[in-house]
Ligand binder design. Structure first.
Ligand code: UDX
Length: 436
């Protein structure tokens, strides 16, 4: 199968590379020449475990190509995936900005030859695929193509595994021919008995938002329950385990923390709220989850303040982890972007470490943060350690050493990585989230 992938952002690059790994002939297209040049040299613009090797191997074996020129890839393609960015619109109203999608549709339309399936891979509001279809038909009335929607459910840091072993593949199609083409593309997965859910196009588009909104609700739910646990003296970790054993609830995504971040949940929850508003409807539960998430970050600031005796002014805070989750350098909507400025504003001094995210963090956080090369360096002379992101290298810290380095042995564990009892044994004044 010959595949063109428009957009070499996170989704496009991972998806294109994995399709090449399946054995398809894939050309990834991007407007940014430096990005394409780098990719041709095997340099990967994002940090995603395993992706670099997979890109290099598939390129070397001649199945993965990179170009800035659509004309080099679209005419020969059986399937054209659109995976360009859909950032939250600059208008600040939560809408997804579809400029790049529509521009891609206009540009690819005259290049279509023979029968092609055009598939929307980007997360887009319901109705966008129809709009793309209309643009292509208007631009090139001769084009012989079908439109489809194929949302992705990749987690950053685990994207390759999620792609190769998905819980399901969702394809929104309207013609048997397009469905056949997509089934063919995903055939290596069917051999592993991966379920394929074939739906209408609008259903596929909405499925993506519903899945992310549900997960965001689940996280906000457990974060809210964590707050209640702290008040009544209960333990949210035990509670989550107990409710999670109920098969109807499930144990995943019940880990309390400083609030969800990343490229999907914050953007997609807002976009869903805007989409339904256009139809004069509401998604009250999702709106509440968004509100709880903002409150959770503010609650973390108060938690740190309390642990510092009521004021962070003049105190040195060691922050371990800046990215929104481990195994990524992505800082988009990371809780650290809200929590750290709030602490700085009140006169705290911050020494921060992150295994991958410091370069990106420096662009987004206030200048007065000091970046250091290890957790221990961050802890030197600190009044407290805040474990913000649960990177593996923070999971087995040398606690004796850490304790010895700090001015005050206060440990604030926003990911509940450590056992309270053990921390007390090491002499720390310790708090987690939802554990009195
Ligand atoms: C998510 C979805 O999981 C994925 O299917 C979708 O395609 C894109 O959005 P991602 O944003 O990469 O993926 O990360 P994920 O692992 O889902 O975590 C998102 C955020 O929720 C992180 O900030 C994480 O720390 C937080 N989280 C997750 C919790 O606070 N508690 C949990 O139990 C799970």
């Amino acid at each position: 199968m010959n595949i063109a992938m428009i957009g070499t952002g996170y989704v496009g690059l991972v998806t294109g590379t994995c399709f090449a790994e399946f054995g398809h002939d894939v050309t990834c297209i991007d407007k940014v020449a430096e990005k394409i040049d780098a990719l041709k040299n095997g340099e990967i613009p994002i940090y995603e475990p395993g992706l670099d090797v997979m890109v290099q191997q598939n390129a070397a074996e001649g199945r993965l190509h990179f170009t800035t020129d659509m004309a080099q890839a679209i005419p020969a393609a059986d399937a054209v995936f659109i995976a360009v960015g859909t950032p939250t619109s600059r208008r600040g109203d939560g809408y997804a900005d579809l400029t790049y999608i529509y521009a891609a549709a206009k540009e690819l339309a005259p290049l279509l030859q023979d029968y092609t399936v055009v598939i929307d891979k980007s997360t887009v509001p319901v109705g966008t695929a129809r709009q793309v279809e209309r643009i292509i038909r208007e631009t090139n009335p001769e084009a012989n193509f079908d439109m489809a929607s194929n949302p992705e459910f990749l987690r950053e840091g685990a994207a390759i595994n999620d792609f190769m072993r998905p819980d399901r593949v969702v394809i929104g199609v309207e013609s048997p021919r397009a469905e056949q083409m997509l089934r063919e593309i995903y055939k290596p997965l069917f051999r592993r008995d991966t379920p394929i859910v074939s739906t209408g196009i609008e259903t596929a588009e909405l499925t993506k938002y519903a899945a992310n909104a549900f997960l965001a609700v689940k996280i906000s739910f457990i974060n809210e329950i964590a707050g209640i646990c702290e008040v009544v003296g209960a333990n949210v970790v035990d509670l989550a385990k107990a409710i999670g054993m109920d098969g109807r609830i499930g144990s995943k995504f019940l880990h309390p923390g400083p609030g969800y971040g990343g490229s999907c949940f914050p953007k997609d929850t807002l976009a869903l709220m805007r989409i339904v508003q256009e139809y004069g409807e509401n998604v009250h539960i999702v709106a509440a989850a968004v509100e709880v998430n903002a409150a959770q970050k503010a609650r973390m600031v108060r938690k740190i303040r309390d642990m510092l005796g009521g004021s962070e002014t003049g105190k040195t805070i060691a922050v371990l982890g800046l990215t929104f989750k481990p195994e990524t350098d992505d800082m988009r909507d990371a809780p650290s972007l809200t929590i750290l400025p709030a602490l700085l504003e009140k006169g705290a001094l911050i020494r921060a470490h992150d295994p991958q995210g410091m370069e990106e963090a420096q662009k987004l956080l206030p200048d007065d943060i000091q970046y250091v090369s290890s957790a221990y360096e961050a802890a030197e002379g600190a009044d407290c350690v805040v474990l913000m992101t649960e990177w593996n290298q923070y999971r087995a810290l040398d606690l004796e050493r850490l304790h010895g380095l700090m001015r005050q042995p206060v440990f604030i564990d926003l990911r509940n990585v450590y056992e309270p009892e053990m921390m007390r044994r090491y002499g720390f004044s310790y708090t987690g989230v939802g554990r009195k």
